[in-house]
Design a protein around this ligand. Sequence first.
Ligand SMILES: *Cc1c(COP(=O)(O)O)cnc(C)c1O
Length: 230
Amino acid sequence: MLIADNIARVRANIAAAAKEAGRDPGDILLVGASKMNGAEACREAIAAGIDALGENRVQEMTAKLAENAYEGAPLHFIGHLQRNKVRQVVGRVSLIQSVGSLELLEEIEKAAARLELTQDVLLEVNIGEEAAKSGFAPRDLFAGAEAALERSHIRVLGLMTIPPADAEREENLGYFQKVRTLFVDINEKLFHNELQYLSMGMSGDYEDAVRLGATMVRVGSAIFGSRHYT
Ligand SMILES: *Cc1c(COP(=O)(O)O)cnc(C)c1O
């Protein structure tokens, strides 16, 4: 299957889900999760009109940046970010979607201040409160957002979440609903309703996420094909 055909199919599914929910499909950004796919695949996705590409490994992203893989589309960092790799990401991506701790906020602030720029971020919510996953627990999200608001070189544009991988559909819908509620609440109380992005939904559940209010979905295998881990 051609990447362009896959993108067209995903877009059509997003549009159908949006209409079911009475939403404008144009309000939903499609981010291609391009991990384990080479520069050529990234270029194909950009030529086919993907809204942004997202990478989740710093080393892979750095190598592909050197090949100009992302020219013509915004680049997002969507994976777990280690503090010692922050300087390789800040200023190189338009959005870091995966900011899930006060320590990471602090490190991003330092790196952005050094470069005299403002780094756009999403706060990641660990909605399933999984021990092995990064992200703010729901109860810590307000404190995280308040800390981010105090950082002059960080701008929060919204929330991101990855529900537990083993959740059944009904349970998954519940997680999306909870994050949506947190988004509306925090947006009103701390951000004057100016947050734009609610990033949730991947290949297996992006239509459900769109029905439940996602404004950004991160789709990998449904666009690029299945990944082969070695
Ligand atoms: C890989 C990845 C995705 C996309 O996963 P698919 O199931 O292949 O669509 C989305 N978000 C993050 C953070 C990822 O690492």
